[in-house]
Design a protein around this ligand. Sequence first.
Ligand SMILES: [Zn+2]
Length: 171
Amino acid sequence: MPYCTKIFEFSAAHRIYNHNGKCRNLHGHQYKAEITFFSDKLNQMGMVIDFGDIKSKVGGWIMKNWDHNTILGINDYDLGKNISSITGQNIYYMSCPPTAEAMAYHMLHDIIPNLIIFEDFLCDNKELIYKKELPKTGNKIISENLERKVFCYKVKIYETSSSYAEAELIH
Ligand SMILES: [Zn+2]
């Protein structure tokens, strides 16, 4: 079964509130995100999904929300409020501590399934049915046997070159 992966790098600050070591301090990482898509069959161009689509949708989201930003847990709202009152930045809050594990899980389950609902995709309970290449019969898109499923299968977030966390769909 075919997979494809696109890699994004971004810089962000975070801290782990209540951590009893250095992670409690506000600090930054040069993150790397590996986003892996799966399809049960290739499209007519021989692709799982166009790398350009991943770049514009997923990369665009990362650049807008995470890159050169501060990622905090919502229980750290006071810190975020103080930072943004000085810098004006739009702090990214998560419902749990902003670890690489939480970021990978959040990206896989909350962000990407919603992002890929755009002109070429239908979303069916987090499985994306890609219809861009299907032939049209009259004004209906038909040929169920040509439909294929495309979905984000795995997200891997590197905090450093030797530390990463991943979230994967369990079938
Ligand atoms: Zn860190």
